[in-house]
Design a protein around this ligand. Structure first.
Ligand SMILES: [Zn+2]
Length: 459
């Protein structure tokens, strides 16, 4: 009888034991709101016609989270990053600090204390707000020198980013930051192959882009052959971290989704989320090999731009298929204008031919008489009379001609925007794997890291 009782108890315990997440992937799509995901899924369904929905939409658990900060209903990436990394609300612009400026510590440090390896990967500067919230503390997100100064002694095993702002001083002269990372034991690599040639188990690694596009990897839409990608960094981080017998924690940020959304560049947002999915796919394949020990959580720090398919001046005929014709992002077009026409004006003919080739205007995209009139007026006001003012956004300034062109593109695509900044919209939360059931009910963003620790049985 006693033996029978023990067997029943053991069986019950086995049945009720919550699978423990030994390996944790935490994906943060910066600025990736529900409207952004929906537009990308719509593009996948109606244009790419691939059999499977977006990977994140196939996860068994999905819900929404609030993103307000301690100082505003509309958060910035620093406060949201701090909420997602530490489980604490703080004021906008603060990184790894509570509103009273005391340091608050991210779940990355909890995993480290438990002897698990930690990796931080992003497609934008490694000391930008979101990655910084996982290893640094600063009252102001732009304190790059102070923030990057935390990296050498952070205990993080793998850093992957196009660059760190702390690599340059305010006059753009190189600092000794990379040297300090090397002194702290980090091996610098620029590609997966370079990492594999000479990799040692559990080696501290700093992966940077050989040719970053400013402070980011570069948009997928503008993709430069051979450029480092978020997927390649995620794959390399996985090879590096998965040698740890105790497991690992990896945070991967799709940072330039936010940059494209600040620019209200619909085509670049959709292409960037599809690119983000390639990095998620790396984790998913690992999950399929270790389903009982792996947790993947996907979320966003906030919604940028209030993106939606359906707008007042094109409510009936959204044409996402046309985004495939866009060959240059809004940011790169603005830079191209600045680089080529700062001191002299383009002729209309040379501009028109550039637009035909790179945005397919008057080609794949039919331009109405009214649109042509608006484009010509903006061309004159921007390059001839210089009467038009630039639009200043968080990551770039756009001359009036650029704003006019990409608004017309968005109209043809059927994509609408409420702002060039953040909104207070709900953010998405998707989860699969060990403990994923914890991510099923609507929550506050500060709940997410707490639930990750619970799923991983990390105190
Ligand atoms: Zn932003």
């Amino acid at each position: 009888m006693r033996k029978y009782l023990f067997a029943v108890v053991a069986l019950l315990m086995a049945l009720t034991a919550v699978a423990q997440a030994k390996y944790v992937f935490y994906f943060i799509g910066d600025g990736m709101g529900l409207g952004h995901i929906n537009a990308t899924e719509q593009y996948r369904r109606d244009v790419l016609k691939t059999p499977e929905p977006l990977l994140m939409l196939t996860f068994p658990y999905g819900t929404v989270a609030t993103s307000y900060s301690a100082s505003s209903p509309i958060t910035d990436s620093a406060a949201a990053g701090t909420a997602l990394s530490t489980g604490r609300k703080t004021r906008n612009s603060m990184v790894g600090m509570a509103s009273d400026t005391t340091n608050v510590y991210s779940i990355a440090s909890d995993f480290l204390k438990q002897g698990r390896a930690v990796g931080i990967v992003t497609s934008v500067a490694g000391d930008d707000a979101t990655p910084a919230a996982f290893y640094a503390h600063a009252p102001e997100r732009h304190m790059s020198r102070e923030i990057s100064g935390f990296a050498p002694r952070s205990g993080v095993q793998f850093f992957g980013a196009p660059m760190f702002r702390g690599m340059y001083d305010s006059k753009k002269n190189p600092t000794d930051w990379v040297e300090r990372m090397k002194k702290a034991g980090y091996r610098l690599v620029h590609s997966a192959q370079e990492y594999l040639d000479g990799a040692r188990e559990g080696e501290k690694t700093l992966m940077l882009a050989a040719k970053p596009q400013g402070e980011q990897l570069g948009y997928t839409l503008d993709a430069v052959d051979g450029a480092l990608t978020l997927q390649e960094m995620t794959e390399t981080a996985l090879v590096n971290l998965s040698t740890d017998p105790d497991g690992f924690f990896m945070m991967v940020e799709g940072g330039n989704i936010d940059w494209a959304a600040h620019a209200n560049d619909g085509a670049s947002v959709i292409r960037e989320i599809l690119n983000f999915q390639n990095a998620i796919d790396v984790a998913y394949r690992f999950y399929l090999a270790h389903p009982d020990e792996t947790l993947i959580v996907i979320t966003a720090d906030h919604d940028t731009g209030g993106m939606a398919v359906g707008r007042a001046d094109n409510a009936k005929n959204p044409r996402l298929d046309l985004i495939a014709l866009q060959k240059i992002s809004k940011d790169r077009f603005a830079d191209w204008c600045r680089d080529n026409y700062k001191d002299k004006a383009p002729t209309w003919e040379e501009m028109r031919s550039f637009l035909e080739q790179n945005l397919s205007l008057w080609q794949g995209i039919g331009i109405t008489g009214e649109e042509e009139k608006v484009i010509r007026e903006s061309f004159d006001a921007t390059f001839i009379t210089h009467r038009a003012k630039d639009q200043k956004t968080l990551y770039n300034d756009f001359n009036n001609f650029t704003v006019t062109l990409y608004d017309i593109l968005n109209r043809h695509y059927g994509i609408g925007w409420t702002s060039p900044s953040h909104t207070s919209n709900f953010t998405p939360v998707y989860a699969v794997g060990a403990g994923a059931e914890l991510f099923s009910a609507p929550m506050n963003n500060i709940d997410i890291p707490v639930k990750i620790l619970k799923a991983a049985a990390v105190k």
